[in-house]
Ligand binder design. Structure first.
Ligand SMILES: C[S@@+](CC[C@H](N)C(=O)[O-])C[C@H]1O[C@@H](n2cnc3c(N)ncnc32)[C@H](O)[C@@H]1O
Length: 285
């Protein structure tokens, strides 16, 4: 068969998969994150289970919903400035979790505003708080997050760093086919994380997420981030200035034999300067 003939009979490929659904598969580790949030809260609160949760920078509210799926007494408030991912969550996530949807409140708003009710745990994950290029904005956010926590409540933020992260780079990761939150089958794809530029003077990082489907189609610049890549001591100083009692930095252990993370987070006072690390900062009200 000639190439032209093969093209003529190729099956229709259908619409490209949804970028938010691909993002969740590519980037989010919801159970891993929630296990850690439960653990750091319980440790500070005599073994009690946390019940009320605020997911800041929630986008499609994956964590808030999964939080509530862990127990009927649990409630979550998910906050994002952008109505588009919130509408997505209303359409593709909440209708598929039945009664659990009643435990979740989606809020369109700025995380720099303090919110009620007070909660046990608040998080700002996947580096979202790096959107604050001005230190004063970061401190304002941290003060608001603190004001929205009960005594002994915890705020968890994550970040990455290390010599190998502070430069232009492209990382490709293959992802298996999975179901989206509404049950739609998502095909296998490659997740591409690109640092277009990093400026050590102001630590501004311009980064993109691209997706590459197995049939050759791509979703270029599915997400773009213009971030300030804060360092650990910069964050620690801001956290303490905002009134939190303490600051800890946790990161995953390394399995040298398997040449990958060992799945366990450890509290750190020292890290290898050469390597890239993903750190989870924990602050207690
Ligand atoms: C990287 S996404 C976060 C996705 C998700 N939380 C995660 O863990 O993967 C960042 C989100 O932060 C939101 N955002 C940016 N600035 C904000 C602000 N000041 N207040 C509330 N949301 C904000 C954006 O609209 C976007 O949906």
């Amino acid at each position: 068969m000639t190439k032209a003939r093969a093209r003529a009979v190729a099956p229709p490929r259908g619409p490209k998969p949804d970028r938010h659904a691909l993002y969740e598969v590519a980037v989010q580790g919801v159970d891993w994150d929630l296990d850690f949030l439960d653990r750091v809260f319980s440790y500070r609160n005599k073994g009690y289970e946390p019940l009320d949760f605020r997911e800041d920078f929630c986008s499609t509210a994956a964590l808030a919903v999964a939080w509530c799926q862990r127990g009927k007494d649990r409630r979550a408030w998910a906050v994002d400035l952008d109505p588009e991912p919130l509408a997505w969550a209303r359409k593709y996530r909440l209708p598929y979790v039945r009664e659990v949807a009643k435990q979740v409140t989606l809020i369109r708003g700025d995380v720099r505003e303090a919110r009620k009710p007070l909660v046990d745990v608040t998080c700002a994950l996947n580096f979202s708080w790096w959107v604050f290029h001005q230190r004063a904005d970061l401190v304002q956010y941290l003060r608001a997050a603190r004001a929205g926590l009960r005594k002994n409540g915890v705020l968890v933020l994550n970040m990455f760093g290390g010599g190998k992260a502070e430069k232009p780079l492209v990382e490709r990761t293959r992802k298996r086919a999975e179901n989206g939150p509404d049950g739609t089958m998502l095909p296998a794809f490659t997740y591409i994380w690109e640092h277009e530029s990093f400026n050590p003077i102001d630590r501004r990082l311009l980064a993109h997420i691209h997706f590459e489907l197995r049939d050759g189609r791509t979703i270029k610049k599915a997400f773009t981030y213009d971030w300030r890549m804060y360092t650990v001591p910069e964050l620690r100083d801001c956290v303490l200035e905002a009134g939190f009692r303490d600051f800890e930095l946790w990161s995953e252990g390394y399995d040298a034999k398997a040449k990958r993370g060992n799945g366990v987070l450890y509290k750190r006072t020292k890290l290898d300067a050469e390597d890239t690390f993903i750190g989870y900062a924990v602050a207690t009200r």
